[in-house]
Design a protein around this ligand. Structure first.
Ligand code: 13P
Length: 257
């Protein structure tokens, strides 16, 4: 059975103390509610600012099923790239995941599918898990181009991988119009796109690979609507922004299976 995941993307929020406090609260929740005893047995990932990774990872030490991740990485191993963070550094801080291609990075930092493919490559090389984001803007949806956009993002970013490599990827579908807007995709809209992505994977690789691919939904997912979204057969959890910054909300979402 494919893995269910609830991930929090803190983006550029929370001081170190605030982040450690949030992680401690999630740790206490998981201690009292072991993830493997929840119906969906979800894994939890906290994508913190890079500078918080080390301390947050230590805070979560021995919290079964909870991992940390970075929100971005550089394409190169090391060198003269002032201000950047390498996958080796992320790994040495104890993280297990790296987000790739979040729409904010695609739009604000000009990250192309080709650059994202390089990032996926170096993340896999370091044995970390890339969580690859895709999503259409409202105009593309309104013009009926949404499936073409997602297809291109996934083909160029991921479909050069071997089947074995692809099994190590997690996909997050985040419609850009739903991110931080309070407008969530309806359960039907989310299911429709997730099923489409799974079909693409089946066509490229095979049915078993498609069946085992974890596809998360992101975009104004919160403590109130998570259950309804996660109930869809192709939605394997969520990538949560704003609602991941409050332990109570995030923990409610973790229990939403
Ligand atoms: P919101 O949950 O704040 O809409 O953000 C979603 C997101 O971008 C997670 O990566």
């Amino acid at each position: 059975m494919r893995k269910k995941i609830v991930a929090g993307n803190w983006k550029m929020n929370l001081t170190l103390d605030e982040g450690v406090k949030l992680a401690s609260e999630v740790r206490e929740f998981v201690k009292n509610n072991p993830l493997e005893q929840l119906p969906g047995k979800p894994g939890v990932v906290m994508f913190t600012p890079a500078i918080h990774l080390d301390r947050v990872t230590q805070t979560l030490h021995n919290t079964k099923g909870v991992q940390t991740g970075a929100q971005n990485c550089h394409t190169q191993e090391k060198g003269a790239f002032t201000g950047e963070v390498s996958v080796g550094m992320i790994r040495s801080a104890g993280a297990g995941y790296v987000l790739v291609g979040h729409s904010e990075r695609r739009a604000q930092f000009d990250e192309t599918n080709e650059v994202l493919a390089e990032k996926v490559n170096i993340i896999l090389k370091h044995n970390l898990t890339p969580m690859y984001c895709c999503g259409e803007v409202l105009e593309e949806r309104d013009e009926g181009k949404l499936f073409d956009v997602i297809k291109e993002q996934i083909e160029k970013g991921l479909f050069w991988l071997s089947k074995e490599e692809f099994t190590k990827i997690v996909i997050a579908y985040e419609p850009v119009w739903a991110i931080g807007t309070g407008v969530t995709a309806s359960p039907e809209q989310a299911q429709e796109m997730h099923a489409y992505i799974r079909q693409l994977v089946e066509e490229k690789y095979d049915a078993e690979t498609a069946e085992n691919t974890t596809i998360l939904y992101g975009g104004s997912c919160n403590a109130k609507n998570a259950k309804e979204l996660f109930a869809n057969k192709d939605v394997d959890g969520g990538l949560i922004g704003g609602a991941s910054l409050k332990a109570e909300d995030f923990c409610t979402i973790i229990q939403s299976y």
